[in-house]
Design a protein around this ligand. Structure first.
Ligand SMILES: O=C(O)CC1=CCC(=O)O1
Length: 262
């Protein structure tokens, strides 16, 4: 476990694997922390440098008063990777993490050599939808939304498992200010034009049961990048890295091999 002080924001991160290996950086979704990738990391090929972090207002990182802007969240990751001396990474972003990945890929071509846009979009939802969600969190806390969020995160069969309850607990323990702050950042983001200008290896990953960023949205987003690939994981919701880690890692490892990221 490490904590970096980045312009006053304490950012919790992990830096595992081979310190001299090709870097792979994971960016998690709204309401989750870096444990999101716990089941995928052990399935990655040997020799990579594996970096994960808790974004602003999530997990063990600092919380600042919201609303946040997407540029701030992109800047946080940029500062972390500068702090760690990371260049030419493979950036894997899920949901808002996929938006942060698009933003950083556009801003720092030296830092990002390939992207995986998982369960995400160039734009997610509508401003009204996010305003309602922020208002609900401010009134009733994340618990008030948790059951509806779980239906989007996980397939019906996964919601019957023991493990499901641990992920629900992870969600409701996130700082409400951070959750609402990041929701505002999503509401204010439309990356269709900037993402269309990207020229780098890109892979989209979608879950067939994803109620937040359905497969068509992921495909439409990754199709903005010429030559991109797309993979659908059947029977998984918004967090296929949790529900189907073996399949997720197989797809990711195929992309790692194809792009020669070693
Ligand atoms: O809560 C959801 O609907 C899932 C989600 C949307 C954006 C994100 O990062 O997670």
């Amino acid at each position: 476990m490490h904590v970096a002080d980045l312009k006053g924001l304490k950012v919790h991160y992990t830096d595992e694997g081979d310190p001299n290996g090709a870097p792979i950086v994971f960016v998690n979704s709204l309401g989750t922390d870096l444990r999101l990738w716990d089941k995928v990391v052990p399935l990655l090929p040997a020799g990579l440098r594996i970096i994960r972090y808790d974004k602003r207002g999530h997990g063990l990182s600092g919380v600042t008063p919201g609303p946040y802007k997407m540029g701030t969240l992109v800047g946080d990751l940029e500062r972390l990777l500068d702090h760690l001396g990371v260049r030419d990474c493979l950036l894997v972003g899920l949901s808002i993490g996929g938006m942060i990945a698009q933003g950083l890929a556009v801003k720092r071509m030296d830092m990002v050599r390939a992207v995986v846009l998982s369960n995400t979009g160039a734009k997610i939802g509508t401003a009204d939808m996010w305003a309602d969600r922020i208002a609900a969190v401010k009134t009733g806390g994340i618990e008030a939304l948790a059951d509806a969020i779980m239906e989007r995160w996980f397939s019906a069969s996964f919601r019957e498992t023991e493990e499901f309850h641990a992920w629900r607990n992870m969600l409701v323990r996130q700082p409400p200010e951070g959750y609402a702050g990041c929701s505002a950042a999503i509401a204010g983001t439309d990356f269709y034009t900037p993402t269309s200008g990207l020229r780098l290896p890109a892979l989209g990953i979608a879950g067939s049961e994803d109620g937040s960023t359905p497969p068509d949205l992921v495909r439409e987003t990754v199709d903005l990048i010429p030559g991109s690939k797309f993979a659908l994981i059947r029977g998984a919701g918004h967090l296929p890295c949790v529900e189907k880690p073996g399949e997720y890692a197989r797809i990711l490892n195929g992309f790692i091999a194809e792009t020669g990221h070693a």
